[in-house]
Design a protein around this ligand. Structure first.
Ligand code: IFM
Length: 433
């Protein structure tokens, strides 16, 4: 058996807007209302009905699989629907919910900001407004005072690199800008916001463990002998992969072409590395692709089939995941895999992805990476942003008509792993020989 360390945390991850439903005070909700923004015209109106109380049965399900942790989000727009005004009903709701995790023996990991902002924030320019770090710090401090004794682990921001890219460079989400200047401003404001939130949570609960969830994608040159492909892979690694993480470690945003900004307040503002990992991508130089700054992603042929289930799919490369985790040793911080997951398809891909990627985590641990926990994305199928309900990442299948849940093969396999605190030989032989 491939055993995991004693006291390893096993969980699944969710985000407020993706599961709660009736979340009508934030910018995503507004954005969803325009036809064409969400695939098939789907809406987060009900989602998985957690706001209606179904979180209770879903936490029971997490417990039934033997898990000992769960990552959830709390919604800024519910807690502070107008600047400085806190909503008592939302505070009570989240207190009950986080206590509900504790009662079931699930260690809470609480995300403060997962892509959605209150309407009053969006009206003032959102992450383009430098005031955002003050607003987020005030929110984080109050949240940590309200719920602090219930949660040790806090995640300030989810995937700020994805958010900045999708909204300000690729022009896909929310602000839908393709503006490098705005992208840069947002990156800097985001780093300052994270740092301010880190200190704010610590003021309320000095022994809290605080980090952020970084989306890591491994970029490799399509043709390793081509200097231009190597250059492009390197640029993507530096801008998308490393810039934020390094700024938060070293207090300096360092981008290509000497675009450097000192951000000393950010230095050392994470107690752990939150790692979200899904795919690897080959990168090729492509002079015609101005949108992606002359780079093109190249995928294995199998990805074409997978893109039928999820448009963002990249190459499935557990070895790239393992090597990334080992490289992260340079930061000398414990690692929590705050997201890793795959969609349900017409084959056993989800269960295979789970076993092969956990085997990679196990190899990384044996290679010296200090990985303390793993959260599968996601506990149940939910609202996948602009992709709507098409991609099904859950361990449980959600029937959105009836709100019934059904355990999937990946859920059964995860339970075996969690209960054994390791990957049994039987699972390795079947899925990762
Ligand atoms: O659903 C998202 C999540 O909100 C952020 N990380 C990636 C997941 C799957 O696309």
């Amino acid at each position: 058996m491939l055993a995991f360390p004693k006291n390893f945390l096993w969980g699944a991850a969710t985000a407020a807007h993706q599961v709660e439903g009736q979340n009508c005070n934030n910018d995503w909700w507004d954005w969803e209302q325009t036809p064409g923004h969400i695939k098939n015209g789907d809406s987060s109106r009900v989602a998985c009905d957690w706001w209606g109380g179904r979180w209770q049965e879903d936490f029971d399900r997490a417990r039934a699989l033997g898990m000992n942790a769960q990552r959830i989000g709390i919604e800024w727009a519910r807690l502070e629907p107008r600047q400085g005004e806190w909503n008592a009903q939302a505070v009570a709701f989240y207190r009950e919910m986080i206590s509900g995790l504790r009662e079931r023996g699930l260690e809470p990991f609480v995300t403060l900001h997962h892509f959605t902002s209150p309407q009053w924030v969006a009206e003032r320019g959102g992450f383009e407004n430098p005031e955002i770090s003050k607003w987020l710090a005030q929110y984080a401090e109050r949240a940590a005072r309200e719920f602090g004794e219930l949660a040790t682990y806090w995640i300030t921001l989810n995937e700020p690199n994805v958010y900045a890219y999708q909204c300000y460079l690729a022009g896909i989400w929310l602000a839908q800008k393709k503006d490098f200047g705005a992208f840069l401003r947002v990156l800097k404001n985001t780093i300052r916001a994270h740092a301010a939130m880190y200190h704010a949570v610590k003021r309320a609960r000095p022994d809290a463990q605080v980090g952020y969830a970084h989306h890591w994608r491994v970029f490799e040159p399509y043709n390793p002998r081509s200097p231009l492909d190597r250059l492009m892979a390197n640029l993507r690694t530096r801008v998308f992969g490393q810039a934020l993480m390094t700024a938060i470690e070293e207090g300096r945003l360092a981008l290509p072409l000497g675009l450097n900004t000192p951000l000393p307040e950010a230095r050392g503002t994470q107690d752990f590395l939150g790692v979200n990992y899904y795919y690897q991508e080959y990168t090729a130089f492509d002079v015609s692709n101005t949108r992606d700054v002359f780079a093109r992603s190249v995928y294995d042929t199998d990805v074409k089939r997978l893109q039928h289930f999820f448009e963002g799919a990249g190459n499935l490369r557990p070895d790239a995941f393992r090597d990334l985790l080992i490289r992260l040793k340079i930061f000398n911080k414990p690692i929590y895999i705050t997201e890793n997951g795959f969609v349900e398809t017409d084959r056993d891909d989800q269960a295979r992805y789970l076993v092969t990627h956990l085997k990679a985590v196990n190899e990384a641990i044996r290679g010296g990476a200090v990985v303390r926990g793993y959260f599968w994305w996601s506990l149940l199928d939910n609202f996948e942003w602009s992709e709507g309900y098409t991609p099904r990442f859950g361990l449980y299948r959600t029937d959105y008509e009836t709100q019934q849940r059904t355990l999937k093969k990946a859920g059964e396999v995860y339970e075996k792993i969690v209960r054994a605190n390791g990957i049994t030989d039987e699972l390795t032989e079947k899925f990762a020989p």
